[in-house]
Design a protein around this ligand. Sequence first.
Ligand code: NAP
Length: 333
Amino acid sequence: MKAAVIQAVNQPIQLTDVEKPRPEAGEVLVQLRAAALNHRDVWVQKGLYPGMRLPVVPGSDGAGVVVELGEGVRTSWLGRRVIINPALDWGDNTRFYSREFRILGMPDAGTFAEFIRIPTKYLHAKPEHLSFEEAAALPLGGLTAWRALFSRGRLRSGERVLISGVGGGVALFALQFAIATGADVWVTSGSEEKLERAKAMGALGGANYNTPKWEKEFAAQMGGFDLIIDSAAGAGFSKLIDAAAPGGRIVFYGGTRGNIAELIAPKIFFKQLDIMGTTMGTEAEFTDMVAFVESRKLQPVLDRSFFLDDAEAALRYLEAGEQFGKIGLKIEG
Ligand SMILES: NC(=O)c1ccc[n+]([C@@H]2O[C@H](COP(=O)([O-])OP(=O)(O)OC[C@H]3O[C@@H](n4cnc5c(N)ncnc54)[C@H](OP(=O)(O)O)[C@@H]3O)[C@@H](O)[C@H]2O)c1
């Protein structure tokens, strides 16, 4: 079969002939119809992800059709249209994942391929209202946004939420989920055009994070945010502390702009802030997230799609950060 493979650190990903996987007991073979990119794929290519193992077929997001069954799998699985939960072996503790936890797409062979073998417990019915491409955009970003907003962030209807860097794949799911919950949502972005697009989706306002003191205006206008969702971290993180309301929560799931260099302790303790990290989510959270998307008929925002043999161009496009939403990979069998 064809798969896009990263052979070595900092080498272009290349379409390669690899052995078609065979499903083992409890597993099925899924013929992938679409995959989607995450920033993680770029970190893997650059050798910046913990526990690096190469060569690898990356890719955490995928949707397709079950075409072969491993031992013990019911025949009713054949032909099902599915999406894949990429959070493997989370375990029983809802607060923290097990030692065996992995994200699909390194070290396990991921979704940038014509076929993938995967245990049935990670498969969920593709939401009917979504195309394969739209459905493939959902898993990793949707799950991360879900846990960040609801399990960690304890979001309630009517609260004021700030989503930073709204052009990102996860950030846009956070925007959609928060609005659908009845929260009042504001956003930041490095692009005026993306701010306008977020407002068209229901954000009440936006600020460019490159504008000096952007956070002061927000804090003066409304007294700050109850919940802030961030993936940039870095030097700008201290501004989120200024933008938080007293008693507010800040949840972050990434460090795109590097580590948080300096925090002013009194601002955090006098404001009684909760600052929380989050990563991916449990199987129950994945189930709840998909059910929410189905019940509200939410549509993942796809910026654009590439073909599998153009995966290198897709990764460079993601890295350039011009996108608004998810970047897809079409897979033609
Ligand atoms: N822990 C987890 O489970 C988990 C899951 C998913 C992602 N992540 C991490 O989260 C980050 C985003 O992932 P993604 O896949 O959503 O990436 P992405 O689609 O590439 O989005 C990255 C976004 O970061 C925003 N950004 C850049 N500089 C910023 C700044 N100074 N302040 C605020 N936002 C800024 C940009 O927003 P604008 O374009 O609007 O400026 C950009 O669109 C990555 O570091 C990724 O590794 C972690």
